[in-house]
Design a protein around this ligand. Structure first.
Ligand code: FAD
Ligand code: SF4
Ligand code: SF4
Length: 478
């Protein structure tokens, strides 16, 4: 083993420089700076090159982490990038927004008492260095193929599939109802986690390589799904999940109570320079307001931190379980606390109060009772514990369900699960319809970017195998 590694004993964990909370809460720029080159090599050298690397096992893409850490420690960054990009279509994005504390880093088994290797930050550093040096290119297929593939949805699942299929030489058209590429990367996740130029840079590379984007085009409305199938040899559905979960409570319909994604889309559009009338008249702007966010996942954390940056007077997050039971990344919760968000854990809204619009939330304290069927502790109301929080704006971040896709595509034989997600074959993403595959949140339910990339790549591989077999005469077209 190289003498450059195993340095975790003498070198402490150091993340790239983080901008102080007081500064970063005033703008939408990313909160981490890049590693300096010597610091990246140093941090990569903390890896103990495990025989069974649990970091890799728990990365949904099974990235070859120990090997690219070793190459980084040795300063062989072009090779490190080649390795990192062999399994991950967008390593610079995962390096920024994967919940590493639950995935690779959370499973790094550096000896007890030592903190994990900073895997995500090194992955980001390798890829940013590759962009700076011109090592990152779009797909360059060795030969063109006639077969054409239509991809519905330009989020991470659709883009990862487009990239891989284009590398094989297929003719790719990606359709999206939005006016920009990226799905939730562009319109859900705020700039302070992922700057929009990072996504635009990837979209440009795909476009240069021959991928055609048909934006502002909704399948099921502007183009029928049957028509789309007629235009392409294969279709991939990667439409994500967008139906916001709601709750029943007195006053829930009052103006000022808004689905979280409406707020985040408005803020992201504003940041991109678009005209957003609802923002300009204050309906979706937290400035000088008391903001309450209901929920404890990634979307809730993005809302509270966005409201802080908009200049809200006070931002409160109401979550019905305790901090340890929050579904989102603990790191993100820590950032929100540092940035001044008030957390009311073990609290749930009972009623929304106000006349013409919301003025306050009446909440009640909870305690955690016995586990439910999924093993999570069930929150129970503490009688007589209600309290009131001032609120000019309330954002509901209770999760997302799929829109009724078979209905929207007028395709009753497109089979769905009881949760409304698409039913697909394990690992291939094949749906119940011939030559139609699916990937990402529309299959898993609301999940993670890294899983969307994984699914997009798996579906692309399955599509390629089927089209190859058909071209060689082994499989007949249906
Ligand atoms: P999406 O990204 O949702 O993309 C689907 C695309 O399909 C969209 O562009 C949509 O416009 C398009 N579309 C839908 N229907 C049609 C149609 N009929 N015709 C044409 N186009 C259509 N994950 C992380 O890993 N880390 C995070 O920090 C993180 N933060 C998040 C924050 C928020 C606020 C949210 C909502 C999610 C977050 N996630 C995060 C989850 C992550 O964004 C998703 O799991 C991921 O984007 C799913 O990718 P996808 O390609 O399946 O779908
Ligand atoms: Fe970790 Fe995500 Fe990178 Fe995998 S893709 S190594 S989970 S940051
Ligand atoms: Fe290196 Fe940690 Fe992965 Fe082991 S688990 S190979 S120490 S990064």
């Amino acid at each position: 083993m190289s003498a450059d590694l195993l340095k975790f004993v003498e070198l402490a964990q150091r993340r790239p420089p983080q901008r102080p909370a007081e500064t970063r809460r005033r703008d939408f720029a990313e909160i981490y700076d890049e590693f300096a080159p010597e610091r990246a090599a140093e941090q990569a050298s903390r890896c103990s090159q495990c025989g069974i690397p649990f970091c890799q096992v728990h990365c949904p893409l099974h990235n070859n982490i120990p090997d690219w850490l070793k190459l980084t420690a040795e300063g062989r960054l072009e090779e490190a990038y080649e390795l990192a990009s062999a399994t991950n279509t967008f390593p610079e994005i995962c390096g920024r927004i994967c919940p590493q504390d639950r995935l690779c880093e959370g499973n790094c088994v550096i000896e007890k008492g030592f903190e994990s290797v900073t895997i995500g930050a090194v992955e980001r550093y390798i890829t940013e260095t590759a962009f700076e040096n011109g090592w990152v290119t779009g797909p360059r297929p060795p030969r063109e193929r006639d077969a054409s593939i239509g991809i519905v949805g330009a989020g991470p699942a659709g883009l990862a599939a487009a990239d891989l299929l284009r590398r094989h030489g297929y003719q790719i058209t990606v359709y999206d109802r939005h006016d920009r590429v990226g799905g939730l990367l562009t319109y859900g996740i705020p700039n302070f986690k992922l700057e929009k130029s990072i996504i635009a840079r990837r979209a440009e590379l795909l476009e240069e390589s021959g991928v055609v984007f048909r934006l502002d085009t909704e399948i099921g409305r502007d183009i029928g799904f049957a028509d789309l199938r007629g235009r392409h040899d294969a279709v991939l559905i990667a439409t994500g999940v967008y139906k916001a979960r709601d709750m029943k409570a007195p006053g829930i319909g009052l103006p000022g109570i808004v689905p979280a994604l409406d707020f985040l889309i408005a803020s992201n559009r504003k940041g991109l320079g678009d005209a957003v009338p609802a923002f300009d008249v204050g309906t979706l702007d937290g400035r000088d307001k008391d903001v309450v966010v209901i929920g404890g996942g990634d979307t809730a954390m993005d809302c509270v931190r966005t409201a802080v940056r908009q200049g809200a007077r006070q931002v409160t997050c109401l979550y019905r379980r305790d901090r340890g039971n929050m579904p989102g990344s603990q790191r993100e919760v820590g950032y929100a606390i540092d940035e001044g968000v008030v957390f009311e854990f073990l609290s749930a809204p009972e009623a929304f109060l106000g006349h013409d619009r919301v003025e306050a939330v009446r909440a009640v304290r909870m305690r955690l009772g016995a586990p439910d069927a999924s093993g999570r502790l069930t929150p129970q109301t503490v009688e007589g514990s209600d309290f009131r929080i001032q609120a000019d704006l309330v954002f509901m971040a209770l999760g997302f369900d799929p829109e009724p896709i078979a209905e929207r595509f007028a395709e009753p034989s497109l089979e769905t699960t009881r949760w409304g997600t698409l039913k697909t074959a394990f690992l291939t993403g094949a749906t119940s319809l011939p030559d139609v595959w699916a990937a990402g949140d529309i299959v898993r339910g609301a999940s993670l970017v890294v899983w969307a990339i994984r699914d997009g790549r798996d579906a692309a591989t399955a599509i390629h195998q089927q089209l190859e077999a058909r071209a060689s005469g082994a499989v007949a077209a249906e």
